[in-house]
Design a protein around this ligand. Structure first.
Ligand code: Z16
Length: 827
């Protein structure tokens, strides 16, 4: 019988529900969805159609397991974890879901029969870029691990219509294009068009006294927007457990008012509707310098208000008293972005449930936990009081009351430090007043954690030192981690297979098992196999680079990779100064190059961050000069890959030899790219910063190239008065490089083009101490090049990096959060 006729397909669906899964059902389901869900001829569906149909077929399987998982959580009456984040960066779902569901082989077979390969079909997916970088990606690794550990957890975020911009490089400069990711259709999600919560902004607070003589607060006026739930599924690795990430999309409440479009001003009414829906229109593309815009504050409250309504609805179903709330719920704040959840819970408890303030506060401070991800002063979120009052008048009042009581307690605890109150106040007082969101988050949470051991110490010793003295028991560390399912098994299948052949599959859910690879580090045969896999990965990346950038690179060259958001503290500038140094050595002496190298850069700059964009331009200009200089040949190539994102990271990680993690010490909270590279066998060149320090402890200092100032040395130097010019004057190689940049060597058409970059180093204090670390970096780079010449030695180091990354699994991180902060166990 022809299996593509509608009758045959419909028959197959009836007899074979997706839960039972006979061998050929995936193919049948794909064809069924092509016809019935996508409305296309299923005789010769195109690639994009097949991708969508496959996604829908997988969604069928996911939703069944999700329902079962939800029932299990409900039946056990478990304490629930709510992970609130303004950002998620899930990356492409297709391969990840196939691996988790154990359907990779079936999918390959089905697609072959349909005339496609999995690679082709997977290439049709457009990833949801609903985050900026590390913080959003961390949230997604954590959801993957929460699912793997069967935690009763929910991710909550915003379904932005436009994610992080798509970056193009035009004439060497970053150009931003809108990321219209919804255009492709929503094959992974369920849009709950009938499941909405009202969210209210603006208005004014009316105070009144009720019959029992209680002072009451009611918000009057203002405007309401609806939050529509969109659910995406996160399967646990082969454990039949599925969590959901619920993303809220703004819908105008006005379309629910019958008379709204009937008032005579039809177009005006439509305009109002569109203005309401703006709230979830676009992700703010700033990573570590938040933009204090009204719309951003509205986004934060939009997420919080809708999520709190969900949480309260589920809690009410239990029918227990409010004092049980913290035993049944924990709300985790990913950075301060969702910290208005604290005054929002107070408002619900005090204004609506009429609990006394003290009781409400007792509940609140046992419910919230907060993770800090940065110590950069410009990244600590503050809101102008005026703006806050306009958008959230009642919440501002509540924050003032929290502050009044908090400062009262602090005064009693530390009566002899009069300046302390102003320093820890939730309100910054000056010409203008600001609400300090980090202070709110600390005061309102039972747990405050940093994201690496080093960062957590900095929090306790410097930025939040006074809070540490007030609430020592709240502070703790949870070192970040990454999911081995995506960052090894999925992105590097050949290496994953080589590993599995030798140590079995347990490492996928217990990454410490990679330790079992250590005995193979000395085996010549294994080294050879290891390096062959790596070389093939490098060849594939070379093909990609050739196709995208038209640059030919040697797969045997040392791939030296620096990919992450562009920020001065991450010091892409230090890297390019070193590239120019190598260029000069080769120009002077063509035999000077120790080893052929390919420098690969990638990353986005915040659209308003002038210096970061300028550094991107410098890298591209240097690349152009070097790549077209016949004296250089194969010794040196510089590549800038546009639009760094999860999909691109998955191509790059498996093909990297040397991983650049060179932030100014004390400034990178953790880093997670560092872990992804090392897990795939890259060797790190890095500073004593963030999680690099813990990586060093795990892999040993012969397997990682550390250099540069320590964070206390950075501080000391700054205190003593750092003079970058002394390095310029005493280091002739460095001087030559800076003179070339400012003299227009890389911008012959416009010699002044990059002068301000050099100015920032020499005349504006070199805030990130690029010059202070230059020489030690250049030396360490030389060590790396020499080490690369010894290929067996490199193979050993590479394997030991992989073998010793077990600690950096996000399963370990989530296990620690679950046990030490949340007090929950797997369902
Ligand atoms: C972000 O990605 C991070 C911090 C922050 O304040 C804002 C954003 Cl968008 C990063 C940190 O820079 C990085 O060190 C850390 O590994 C990551 O968050 C996850 O914790």
């Amino acid at each position: 019988m022809d299996s593509t006729t509608p009758e045959a397909l419909a028959g197959m669906r009836e007899t074979a529900s997706p839960a039972t899964l006979p061998a050929d059902t995936l193919k049948a389901d794909i064809l069924w969805h092509v016809l019935y869900s996508l409305g296309r001829d299923n005789e010769r569906p195109d690639r994009q159609t097949v991708f969508r149909a496959l996604a829908l077929a997988l969604r069928d399987r996911l939703v069944e397991k999700w329902i079962a998982s939800q029932r299990a959580i409900y039946a056990k009456s478990s304490k629930r974890v709510y992970y609130l984040s303004l950002e998620f960066l899930p990356g492409p779902f297709l391969r990840q879901n196939l691996i988790a569901l154990g359907l990779e082989k079936e999918a390959r077979d089905a697609l072959t029969e349909l005339g496609f390969t999995l690679d082709d079909v997977a290439g049709e997916e457009w990833e949801p870029g609903l985050g900026n970088g590390g913080l959003g990606r961390l949230a997604s690794c954590y959801l993957d691990s929460m699912a793997a550990l069967r935690l009763p957890a929910y991710g909550y975020g915003i379904r932005y219509a436009f994610g992080i911009f798509h970056q193009l490089i035009r004439d060497g400069q970053q150009v931003e294009r809108a990321d219209n990711w919804l255009r492709g259709g929503q094959h992974w999600e369920f849009e709950r068009t009938h499941y909405m919560h009202p969210v209210r902004f603006y208005g004014s607070v009316r105070e009144w006294v009720d019959e029992q003589g209680r002072l009451r607060h009611t918000l009057e006026g203002g405007s309401t927007v609806m939050a529509m739930a969109c659910d995406m599924f996160i399967p646990g690795y082969r454990n039949d457990y599925v969590l959901n990430m619920r993303l809220w999309a703004a819908k105008s409440s006005r379309e629910f008012e019958f008379s709204f479009f009937n008032t005579g001003d039809y177009i005006g009414a439509v305009e109002k509707k569109i203005r309401d829906e703006n709230i979830s229109m676009v992700l703010y593309p700033n990573d570590e310098a938040p933009e204090g815009k009204e719309l951003r504050l509205k986004q934060q409250f939009f997420l919080v208000s809708a999520t709190m309504q969900d949480i309260v609805r589920r809690f009410r179903k239990k029918g227990v008293a409010w004092d049980q709330f913290p035993r049944k719920n924990v709300i985790h704040l990913n950075e301060t972005h969702p910290a208005v959840a604290i005054p929002e819970l107070m408002r619900l408890l005090v204004d609506e449930e009429l609990l006394p303030w003290e009781e409400a506060w007792y509940i609140c401070v046992r419910t919230f936990a907060y993770t800090n991800h940065t110590v950069l002063p410009e990244a600590l979120e503050v809101w102008p009081e005026e703006l806050f009052r306009k958008v959230l008048p009642r919440h501002l009042q509540i924050i003032y009351e929290i502050n009044r009581r908090f400062l009262h307690d602090v005064r009693r605890q530390f009566p002899h430090d009069p300046g302390l109150l102003a320093r820890v106040s939730l309100i910054h007082e000056g010409e203008q007043r600001f609400v300090r969101m980090s202070h709110l988050a600390i005061v309102g949470s039972f747990s405050v954690n940093g994201v690496s051991a080093h960062h957590s110490n900095i929090i306790k010793e410097s930025i939040f030192n006074e809070f540490y003295k007030i609430f020592p028991e709240r502070f703790n560390n949870k070192t970040n981690g990454i999911t081995p399912r995506r960052w090894l098994r999925q992105c590097n299948p050949t290496l994953a297979w080589l590993i599995t052949e030798h140590i079995g599959t347990e490492w996928l859910t217990d990454l410490e098992q990679l330790k079992k690879l250590e005995p193979y580090a000395e085996s010549a045969g294994f080294q050879k196999a290891w390096m062959e896999v790596r070389l093939r990965n490098k060849q594939k990346l070379a093909e990609y680079i050739h196709a995208k950038n038209g640059i030919t690179i040697l797969p045997e060259s040392l791939y030296d990779v620096h990919v992450k958001r562009f920020h001065e503290y991450k010091r892409q500038l230090l890297n390019i100064l070193h590239v120019i140094t190598l260029y000069n050595r080769i120009r002077r002496d063509p035999d000077a190059g120790i080893v052929p190298r390919t420098f690969i850069f990638g990353g986005k700059a915040a659209p308003g961050y002038y210096m970061a964009k300028h550094i991107i331009q410098l890298i591209n200009a240097v690349g152009y000069t070097i790549n077209t200089d016949p004296r250089v040949g194969d010794m040196l190539k510089v590549v800038f890959l546009q639009n760094y994102c999860v999909t691109l990271a998955e191509r790059i990680m498996p093909a990297t030899d040397l991983s650049e993690q060179i932030s100014t010490a004390g400034m990178e909270a953790s880093g997670t790219g560092n872990m992804k590279f090392a897990l795939n066998g890259a060797i790190t060149i890095g500073t004593h910063d963030g999680a690099n320090i813990e990586m060093l402890e795990h892999v040993g200092d012969e397997n990682l190239f550390l250099f540069g100032l320590l964070s206390h040395e950075v501080e000391d130097l700054r205190r003593q008065g750092y003079n970058p010019r002394t390095f310029y004057e005493t280091d002739s190689e460095l001087r030559e490089v800076l003179d070339m940049i400012s003299g227009g060597y890389f911008s012959p058409g416009d010699p002044h083009m990059f002068r301000d970059i050099v100015e920032s180093l020499l005349n504006h204090g070199d805030r990130y101490m690029v010059l202070a670390d230059f020489r030690s970096y250049a030396y360490r780079q030389q060590d790396a090049a020499r080490a690369y010449l010894d290929q067996p030695g490199w193979a050993r180091r590479s394997m030991l990096n992989t073998a010793r990354m077990g600690f950096f699994s996000s399963d370990r991180s989530m296990g620690e959060y679950a046990r030490d902060i949340w007090g929950v166990e797997g369902v």
